[in-house]
Ligand binder design. Structure first.
Ligand SMILES: Nc1ncnc2c1ncn2[C@@H]1O[C@H](COP(=O)(O)OP(=O)(O)OP(=O)(O)O)[C@@H](O)[C@H]1O
Ligand SMILES: [Mg+2]
Length: 215
């Protein structure tokens, strides 16, 4: 089983949106997927509750119970476990980070997100876990060129010397709308968002299951 923890000290960067989209991406490709919502707000659970068709398994969990949940998920033959965590609370995130095979640090290309990312990376490094930074809610490219905010963010992130996902997730209303019905943007027919999520999932799938071909 491969465990992904969504982390970011900064609230609202898109942990839940990206986490639920990746869980749905895994599910839609035939993987037995569990969303463990360790955020007391239970936003991931809330989003998936609206889903009309079959979807990933989901459960709310106190961060202290994550280990037990992970063990039972392994026993049940789960392929992918996605842990959503709350912003800000370092101790609660630490449990998720310790159990993760990969920490996804979701950041917007803003000064405050980048400042908070430095602390998140330091914490993940202290816990000796691999991290992948995902840039989310980025403004669109113009004529194929990244806007200055994104270029500045990528330069700042390079200083952290940690991998950054090659797919940048743009700010798109479809990501919000899709989750209102517990769906992935991939299920809405929006081509640009579908491509972003499919590319990001393929990249993570390759890290998770290096010998398997992505679905
Ligand atoms: N790529 C995107 N495009 C447009 N809106 C987005 C995108 N990603 C996230 N959002 C929106 O930004 C807001 C915050 O997203 P989300 O709840 O996923 O962040 P979070 O990091 O989980 O927040 P919290 O720290 O409160 O748990 C939501 O309204 C969500 O719909
Ligand atoms: Mg959230």
């Amino acid at each position: 089983m491969f465990t992904i923890a969504l982390v970011a000290r900064k609230g609202g960067s898109g942990k839940t949106t990206i986490g639920v989209h990746l869980a749905l991406a895994a599910f839609l490709r035939g993987l037995y997927t569990l969303v463990a919502d360790a955020d007391p707000q239970r936003s991931a659970i809330e989003a998936l509750r609206a889903r009309q068709s079959l979807g990933p398994e989901r459960t709310g969990v106190a961060s202290a119970r994550l280990y037990d949940l992970q063990m039972s998920a392994v026993r049940q033959g789960t392929d992918v476990m996605v842990i959503d965590t709350p912003a800000g609370v370092a101790e609660e995130c630490a449990n998720a980070i310790v159990l993760a095979d990969l920490c996804l640090l979701v950041v917007r290309p803003t000064y405050l997100d980048l400042a908070a990312a430095i602390e998140s990376v330091a914490m993940i490094r202290r816990l000796k876990k691999p991290v992948l930074i995902v840039v989310n809610q980025a403004p669109p490219t113009r004529g194929g060129v990244e806007p200055p905010t994104v270029r500045r963010a990528l330069r700042a992130l390079a200083v952290l010397k940690q991998p950054v996902a090659p797919t940048i997730i743009r700010s798109r209303l479809v990501y919000q709308r899709a989750l209102e019905t517990g769906c992935s943007a991939e299920e809405t027919g929006d081509l640009a968002a579908t491509q972003e999520i499919a590319e990001l999932w393929a990249y993570i799938h390759h890290i998770a299951f290096p010998r398997r071909v992505a679905g």
